[in-house]
Write a protein that binds this ligand. Structure first.
Ligand code: ARG
Length: 457
């Protein structure tokens, strides 16, 4: 059934129907469409625009359609243009005349704007809880590894010793910001477009505050033209998801590197690895690679949506129908990646001995040796030069700073005493870094307490 046959004298060309239709994808929000319609008729009856009998018949009919779609008793057939037409047609088939009154004071423009918002809002909440669960696992790993020493890198070159807890804490911060971005979007988008009509509101005495409150919005949108053509929240959501994916992708890149034979910092569990069809020895980090790969796809949704909206005159234009597939794909991809990543992270084995050994090599304690000299009155720039000479000497002899004898130290600078060994031990290097945000035991304990509180909210 068409919602607009009246002024036409010819059948729609089949290719035109197919090209124009959105049912194959907008059926994803059939429940939101029904929820929106129930709120709309509840308000219409309260305002005396619909009778109580019609309202009850419509609501029962809509709930019946919801149950039948869910149970599979009602299949969503391709002959309808979109989910709005599908639901209305079936309602009228089931309850007769009253079904034709459902669309009073409403346009598909405000209807689709509402459905998409309801759907997005639900997905934002769900994504937030997936991120929260991921943060809970991260915090567990952080708490278990405040003493697990590993090298910290800059330029992917060993820089200074840190702890695994500190490294994981960096991702905790990223996902925490991601949640706060989702929260911001929710706050900004949560105004109800229903009642905006096609673009200019309606002449019926609708109570928009009432429908907004029935649907848990903060209030009605304040400009009907903007309300039917606003897709900012979707663009913001795709942007937030792009950032989530970028964070996951960086984490995956590290997991891939740490999982190599060269590093062996971690082992990805067999249940999250895959093999090679030719090389029997191989265990590949495909899941981490795929998450990294799917990041491009989510970025694509953001770029597509921005491009679709660019240059659209007010108010609704059919171009906007293109918002759905991009957004749905980005949402499903991002949620899927968070879940898979979480499972992979939860089952990782950390090779703590390897991490520690790696931290001991590569002169990660050179800064601390320089700090030792500074603490004994040497100017930092001179200390930097002296430690540079120590490093050169060690490279020549193929030893580490802690393997040099005190005589060798003294030959380069008489300032060194026996306590240099303690000053440059991995434990000292880490535990002395106690400004907030650093890996030192005290600083880390303080941050863990903050994270525990944060996750209680
Ligand atoms: N399927 C359409 C969309 O997703 C619904 C709105 C149709 N409105 C219209 N004026 N043709 O945007």
């Amino acid at each position: 059934m068409k919602l607009w046959g009246g002024r036409f004298t010819k059948e729609t060309n089949q290719l035109v129907h197919n090209f124009n239709a959105s049912l194959s994808f907008d059926q994803k929000f059939f429940e939101e469409d029904i929820d929106g319609s129930i709120a709309h008729v509840t308000m219409l009856a309260r305002q005396g625009i619909l009778t109580e009998e019609d309202k009850t018949a419509i609501i029962n009919g809509l709930n019946g359609i919801r149950e039948d779609i869910k149970s599979g008793a009602l299949a969503i057939g391709e002959e309808h243009e979109d989910i709005h037409s599908f639901v209305e047609a079936h309602l009228t088939e089931r309850i007769g005349e009253a079904g034709k009154r459902l669309h009073t004071g409403r346009s598909r423009n405000d209807q689709v704007a509402l459905d998409m918002k309801l759907y997005t809002r639900k997905e934002i909440k769900e994504m937030d809880s997936l991120l929260k669960a991921l943060l809970e696992s991260l915090l567990r790993i952080i708490k278990e590894n405040t003493e697990t020493i590993m090298p910290g890198f800059t330029h992917l070159q060993k820089a200074q010793p840190i702890t695994l807890a500190h490294h994981m804490g960096a991702y905790f911060e990223m996902f925490k910001r991601d949640r706060s971005r989702l929260h911001d979007i929710y706050e900004r988008m949560n105004y109800c477009p229903l009642g905006s009509g096609a673009l200019a509101g309606t002449t019926y005495p609708l109570d928009r505050d009432y429908t907004a409150s029935l649907l848990d919005f903060y209030g009605p949108s304040l400009n009907s033209m903007d309300a039917v053509s606003d897709r900012d929240y979707l663009i913001e959501f795709c942007s937030a998801m792009s950032i989530i994916m970028m964070h996951l992708s960086r984490f995956c890149e590290e997991i891939i590197i740490w999982n190599t034979n060269e590093y062996q910092f971690i082992e990805i569990d067999d249940s999250y690895s895959t093999g090679s069809s030719i090389m029997p020895q191989k265990k590949n980090p495909d899941i981490a690679e795929l998450i990294r790969g799917k990041t491009g796809r989510v970025y694509g949704s953001l770029t597509s949506l921005l491009t679709t909206m660019k240059g659209l005159s007010l108010a609704y234009n059919k171009d906007m129908q293109e918002d759905k597939e991009f957004a749905f794909d980005a949402i499903d991809t991002t949620k899927g990646c968070i879940v898979l990543f979480h499972g992979m992270l939860d089952t990782l084995t950390f090779q703590k001995e390897r991490m520690r050994k790696s931290a001991e090599g590569g002169f990660t304690n050179a800064t601390d040796a320089a700090d030792y000299l500074v603490n004994h009155g040497v100017a930092f720039r001179d200390a930097h030069g002296i430690v540079g000479q120590l490093v050169l000497y060690c490279i020549e002899k193929n030893i580490s700073l802690s393997e040099m004898s005190l005589e060798e130290y003294k030959a380069i600078s008489p300032v060194f005493e026996n306590d240099i060994y303690d000053a440059i031990s991995m434990e000292t290097c880490v535990s002395k870094r106690n400004t907030i945000g650093a890996p030192g035991t005290e600083a880390m304990a303080q941050v863990i307490r903050i994270y525990e509180e944060y996750l209680k909210e």
